[in-house]
Ligand binder design. Structure first.
Ligand code: KPL
Length: 352
């Protein structure tokens, strides 16, 4: 049943983890969409499979369908099975870097429709709005958007090998939009029976999927945004691991300053007021994540160290833009965006 295939766009840490988990535990076709042609050679070197190492035990899964997307919407498509190449895509999981989202979606947009469910599983916020503006300006043609947050600790050791270092749930929820009126978002059983993608994610027990209401997933997205807006840029600017932020008084003071500006902006983005978004509660949340992930190098510091583009525009950049729109103070968020983009570092004695 090609129509029920789940397509995964973006094979970074999370894309590999989700694809591997689906193939291992939730029977049905999984198609990997390669949006860079170099991935095809790396895939062959990896013997056409994804390896996931958990507690030192490797598990390799093969059987994926592969499509190498054309470099532009006009060039021809290469895929492991021509029969499926132009099939409409009903279920799509997007795990690309945020700034690549619309460029990658552009390559498959003719296969997406209001019948499609897209799950955005990414750091930061803003990609759904960009997708609507650039890819689906007509709201009636827009797919149903799902938001996902995965807290599992996963890192790559080569292009198709990941280490599953820490357990963490996958939260998913349907985002309110033009094509979601008929989808029951509060009734978990109904969502599960109606959406094969969510059902299969849920079957892949290793993902520990919980289906949340639209409101609850928005709260979780905004909480995650706050966590990423404090930990990610500050670990990049101080060049330290997550746990080394809170254990150092000058850095802790900067965390607090940034949070005091970020908290009220994010709180204003809630659709329903929530006590969880007081500055104190948000700061406690940031501290607890920094502690739980104390040995981690944040994804932003990893990007800076590898001289890759960071996702700052979709984290502090998004918050600064929302602050501007709402006429709320946002100077600290704008400053960290600039510092990260310029590759600047701050020494503790600079702020003492
Ligand atoms: O999500 C993260 C990231 O690095 O992007 C945190 C939670 C900060 C863990 O490192």
């Amino acid at each position: 049943m090609p129509g029920d295939a789940i397509y995964v766009l973006g094979v970074g840490n999370l894309g590999k983890y989700v694809a591997h988990s689906l193939m291992k535990e939730a029977p049905g076709p999984v198609t990997l969409l390669f949006h860079r042609s170099s991935l095809e050679d790396q895939w062959r070197s990896a013997a056409n499979g994804i390896q996931c190492i958990t507690n030192g035990v490797p598990d390799t899964r093969s059987g994926f369908r592969i499509e190498v997307l054309p470099s532009s919407a006009q060039s021809p498509l290469k895929c492991s099975n021509k029969q499926y190449a132009l099939d409409p895509i009903k279920y799509l999981i997007v795990t690309t870097k945020t700034y690549m989202t619309t460029g990658a979606l552009e390559l498959v947009k003719d296969r997406l429709s209001s019948e499609t469910s897209i799950l955005f599983l990414q750091n930061g916020m803003g990609t759904m709005d960009e997708t609507s503006a650039k890819i689906f300006p007509d709201p009636k043609a827009r797919p149903a958007y799902w938001a996902g947050i995965c807290s599992a600790g996963v890192y790559s050791t080569d292009p198709f090998t990941i280490v599953h270092a820490g357990k963490g749930p996958l939260l998913v929820g349907l985002v309110e939009g033009p094509n979601t009126q008929n989808v029951p978002t509060h009734d978990q059983d109904a969502v599960l029976t109606q959406n094969t993608m969510v059902q299969r994610l849920s079957q892949a027990g290793v993902l520990e999927t919980s289906v949340l209401s639209s409101e609850a997933i928005r709260e979780s997205q905004l909480q995650k945004l706050v966590v990423n807006a404090i930990i990610n840029p500050l670990t990049a600017i101080f060049r330290c691991q997550n746990g080394q932020l809170a254990s150092n008084p000058p850095r802790l003071a900067v965390m607090k300053l940034l949070l005091e500006e970020t908290g009220p902006i994010v709180k204003a983005l809630l659709h329903t007021p929530s006590d969880m978004f007081s500055n104190q509660n948000l700061f406690d949340l940031v501290l607890s994540v920094a502690h739980k992930t104390r040995a981690n190098t944040s994804s932003m510091l990893q990007d800076v160290q590898a001289s890759r583009r960071t996702e700052i525009d979709y984290i502090n950049g998004y918050i600064a833009a929302q602050g501007k729109r709402l006429a709320m103070p946002h100077v600290h968020n704008s400053t960290v965006v600039r510092l990260v983009k310029e590759g600047r570092t701050i020494q503790d004695h600079d702020i003492a």
